[in-house]
Design a protein around this ligand. Structure first.
Ligand code: GDP
Ligand code: MG
Length: 489
């Protein structure tokens, strides 16, 4: 059973039952607040019972401070005092942090023999009393009101990492199989380009790594100036069609495309031409993310007009019609009542249909355009509630328009913090959180291990998501791509 993270985790159990060992296998030392350790801090050592009051005063302060910051806190004491337990639980409730009690047990004889081996064993009579308390505390725990009560028996097991164990290391993906076993297709989204002195070498290394582990494709952002959500305005950001042309020459099996090309940047026919050319160069593995554009600054900086939103959405609608007309067979005139072209002479034609992914979650217009003209819509949320709402809006538009909803795929942009294990996840959060609190940043970025993200992707698949455009906020080199292997497995 997975333990929530962050959480308040209160250990309960007799001396020698294995509480501290259990905690050390799963949590960082700073996350565990232990009365024994604090006796050693404020007194002469872990067994200095005269220092108990002072140790508990510090312990209470640490628990209150950490829980107040929504940080995982493991309370390592005997846990038999119902008053203390309930006050920790109340603190967690007040902060909205899930609270779990973990009852650690081992057969009495095992606890006794472990105790006997200690430098300063607990007196036999005291241990007997603890073992009695341990036997009846489970009923009390059931009444305390924990979100979860876990019982861990350490009697006949090797000490081992349990529910929040680090995931297994990266495994090589089966070549040719481009839907992950989580049920989603995963496309690597490149949005930062820390390529140093060798732009093409970096792009090539990223693409080869993505191909090797089994990503289905690579998507490039289409911005004229690096956006503030990702980096600094003076960070390099390549023109995507040029860069995709370079990737097309690598001979990988990757699908290539943009996420998202604003209709404001180029006349739609010119974008259609670029996408058709890329399709010809890649043997038909091209997609086109297309949206209304949103960032006024890059338009102004490049002298590109930036009309009001309603007009840009009209342009988006017209652009998709224009591109589809130009990609269609033949050269005949086109007129659908919205867009008219005297001829549709666009060669090379795409080798196979270009997948049009409409970016943006605007419910009134963008999702309607996706429902009418797109092969997919791309949402920038992975929050299950918001996502299922958007999906239901999309499906309603499909029903209104008489479009088969199965023809409009749901894709998402996912930008999680991904770490090798809990320590690594935490180190990344600390590095990147800026002035945001660690707990908030971790929650917002779904910070977790690859295993946790696999579960999240499986949940997205269950909500109807077919493709995840995945990037991480600290994706810097091919080794970071290889570290994501298990997500595309
Ligand atoms: P605590 O007093 O409940 O904190 O217990 P500790 O975690 O300090 O463990 C007491 C002793 O039991 C140590 O010598 C541990 O190595 C041993 N121990 C703890 N957990 C396990 C376990 O899961 N399996 C085995 N075989 N020994 C354990
Ligand atoms: Mg202990």
């Amino acid at each position: 059973m997975p333990i929530p993270d962050p959480a308040l985790v209160v250990l309960v159990g007799a001396s020698g039952s294995g509480k501290s060992t259990w905690a050390a296998a799963r949590y960082r030392p700073e996350e565990v607040v232990s009365s024994d350790a604090l006796r050693a801090v404020v007194g002469s050592g872990p067994a200095d019972l005269d220092a108990s009051d002072d140790a508990f005063a510090v312990l209470e302060a640490v628990v209150a401070a950490r829980i107040g910051r929504h940080l995982t806190t493991v309370v390592d004491t005997l846990g038999f005092d119902p008053g203390r337990r309930r006050s920790w639980l109340a603190a967690a409730r007040a902060s909205g942090v899930p609270a779990v009690a973990v009852l650690v047990t081992a057969p009495d004889a095992v606890c006794r023999s472990r105790n006997a081996l200690r430098d300063r064993p607990v007196p036999a009579k005291v241990l007997t009393q603890q073992l009695r308390q341990s036997a009846r505390v489970q009923a009390e725990l059931a009444d305390d009101g924990w979100d979860e009560v876990l019982v861990v028996d350490t009697g006949d097991t090797e000490p081992s990492a349990g529910p929040v164990a680090p995931p297994p290391g990266p495994a090589r993906a089966t070549p040719g199989e481009r839907t992950a076993s989580t049920g989603v297709e995963v496309v690597l989204q490149l949005s930062r380009f820390p390529w140093g002195e060798d732009p093409f070498g970096w792009l090539r290394a990223m693409a080869l790594a993505a191909d090797e582990v089994g990503f289905s494709g690579i998507a490039l952002m289409d911005h004229l100036v690096q956006v503030p959500q990702v980096g600094r305005a003076w960070d390099p950001i390549p023109e995507p069609w040029v860069a995709l042309g370079a990737l097309a020459g690598l001979g990988t099996g990757l699908r290539l495309g943009t996420l998202v090309t604003p209709v404001t940047f180029r006349p739609p026919g010119v974008t259609a031409k670029a996408a058709a050319t890329l399709s010809a160069l890649t043997g038909g593995r091209t997609f086109l993310g297309v949206g209304a554009g949103w960032w006024e600054r890059e338009h102004a900086a490049f002298g590109v007009p930036f009309p009001p939103a309603a007009e840009r959405l009209d342009d988006l609608d017209a652009a998709i019609r224009t591109m589809r007309a130009l990609w269609a067979a033949g050269t005949k005139p086109y007129d659908d009542g919205h867009v008219a072209l005297p001829e549709t002479t666009c060669y090379p034609r795409p080798t196979s249909p270009v997948t049009v992914v409409v970016g943006g979650g605007g419910e009134h217009r963008t999702l309607r355009i996706a429902a009418e003209l797109g092969d997919a819509c791309n949402l920038t949320t992975t929050d299950p509630e918001v996502l299922s709402h958007k999906v239901s809006v999309l499906r309603r538009h499909c029903a209104d328009l008489g479009r088969d909803e199965a023809e409009v795929a749901v894709t998402v942009l996912d930008v999680p913090v991904v770490g090798r294990d809990r320590d690594d996840v935490w180190a990344r959060v600390e590095r990147m959180r800026g002035r945001t609190s660690a707990a908030t940043y971790a929650a917002r970025s779904h910070a977790g291990t690859v295993g946790q993200h696999r579960e999240r992707h499986a949940a997205l698949a269950a909500l109807g998501v077919s493709t995840v455009f995945l990037t991480t906020p600290d994706l810097a080199g091919p080794e970071d791509v290889l570290a994501l292997a298990d997500l595309v497995r």
